[in-house]
Structures are given as C-alpha cells and as structure tokens.
Write a protein that binds this ligand. Structure first.
Ligand SMILES: Cc1cc2nc3c(=O)[nH]c(=O)nc-3n(C[C@H](O)[C@H](O)[C@H](O)COP(=O)(O)O)c2cc1C
Length: 202
C-alpha cells in the first residue's frame, strides 16, 4: 500500500459527524475557499458533466440560512419535537459556516439523446454530489474543523433561492455545517462485520 493510499483512507476514516461546533474556524476563509475549489476541480462527475455547484455561506449569511430553516420547519413540528428541533437548528446556527451543495441539471441537456441512460441522470447527480460532499467534509476535518451534513431541502429551497439569487435550475442536495469542534470529538461508530459486506470472486 502506498503512503498516499494510507493517508487518504485514514483521512476518510477519521472524519466524523461533529455536532458540537463553535462559531470559529481553524482555517482562513481563503483556505476554505481554496479547498472547495480544489474539490470542484478534483472530483469526478457522471459523463464529466461537472454539474456540482457549491455555495459557501459565511457570517450573517450562514446565520440567515438557519433562520430560514427554523421558519420552514416550524409548521411541521410541535411540542417536545419542536423544542428538540429548535435546539438542533440553534446549534447549526451557532457554528461557523454552511456549505450548500447543489446540482445543475443543465450540463445533462446535451445528453438527452442517450435514451438508455436518461432515467438515470437524477441518480447520477446525487452520486456526483456525494463524491464532492465526502471530499469537502474529509478535507475540512483534516484541517481541524468539525462538520455535519444536513438535509433541510426541499423545505428551504425556495427561500434559499430568493435570498441569495441562486439559479432556479440548481437543485439543493445537502448543507454541510462547519466550525471549530467544542470538547472531545465523537468516537468512531461501531462498524458492521465485513463478512456480509463484500465478496471476492476469484
Ligand atoms: C447520505 C447521507 C445522509 C446523511 N444525512 C444526515 C442528516 O440529514 N443529518 C445528520 O445529522 N446526519 C446525516 N448524515 C450523517 C450520518 O448519520 C453519519 O455519517 C453516520 O451516522 C456515521 O457517523 P460518522 O459521520 O460520525 O462517521 C448523513 C450521512 C450520509 C452519508
């Protein structure tokens, strides 16, 4: 195994969902931007469509996102559930920044002729986004940040679009909340036995 392989897999294995986050960062905003740019240039995409779009929300824009989520979620929760949900949303809002992952369907338009695959494009966009999300998540945690991934889409989609003038074609797929971890990092979760999870057919 090459050193690069070990480093790569260790970085992925060390990534955790970290929920206790402060409103500080371990890196400059310029470095955060650089990492996102590098991921956009490095990650693969179906048919090389390069369909992933990323928006970094800092400062008041980050906090505004979680106000939008609070308003969007409010009609759907009540009582104890509302309290628990608000506490979670307050924690996201108290973090440093949010990174929004979108997929743009436009680069797939020239592929409409591939009838055999046309019904797969939505799934491939989800997979492409997941590859970008894992890379950004892992890279930022390697820089000492903590992060957790959230899915308040589609509840927040319209307000997000309006607030930041987002291309209406872009589909919001995930929100990554980042900040400096507070206290001990969560322990790795139990892993299921590998026995039923892969086969070698020689
Ligand atoms: C596709 C996907 C969707 C997820 N959605 C959420 C989510 O909406 N909210 C959340 O808090 N965590 C979410 N997670 C985080 C998982 O719960 C978490 O990664 C898993 O429990 C393993 O824990 P770890 O991240 O600490 O290794 C998601 C993870 C993946 C891969």
């Amino acid at each position: 195994m090459s050193a690069t392989t070990n480093t790569l897999i260790s970085a992925v294995a060390d990534r955790r969902s970290v929920y206790a986050l402060s409103n500080e960062s371990t890196i400059s905003d310029a470095r955060l931007e650089e990492i996102v740019q590098k991921v956009l240039l490095a990650a693969p995409s179906a048919f090389n469509t390069q369909s992933t779009r990323i928006v970094i929300l800092l400062g008041n824009n980050h906090r505004k996102l979680w106000d939008i989520a609070k308003t969007a979620v409010a009609p759907h929760v009540s009582g104890e559930q509302a309290k628990a949900t608000n506490a979670k949303l307050d924690a996201f809002q108290g973090a440093y920044a949010s990174i929004l992952f979108f997929e743009d369907p436009s680069p797939y338009e020239p592929l409409a002729g591939f009838k055999m695959y046309a019904d797969k494009f939505g799934g491939w966009r989800e997979q492409t986004s997941g590859m970008h999300q894992l890379l950004v998540w892992t890279a930022l945690e390697a820089e000492g940040l903590g992060a957790n991934v959230q899915h308040y889409n589609p509840l927040i989609d319209e307000e997000v679009r309006k607030t930041w003038n987002i291309n209406p074609k872009w589909q919001l797929l995930a929100q990554l909340v980042i900040g400096k971890p507070v206290g001990d990092l969560p322990l790795p979760k139990d892993k299921k036995s590998l026995e039923d999870r892969y086969r070698v057919i020689a």
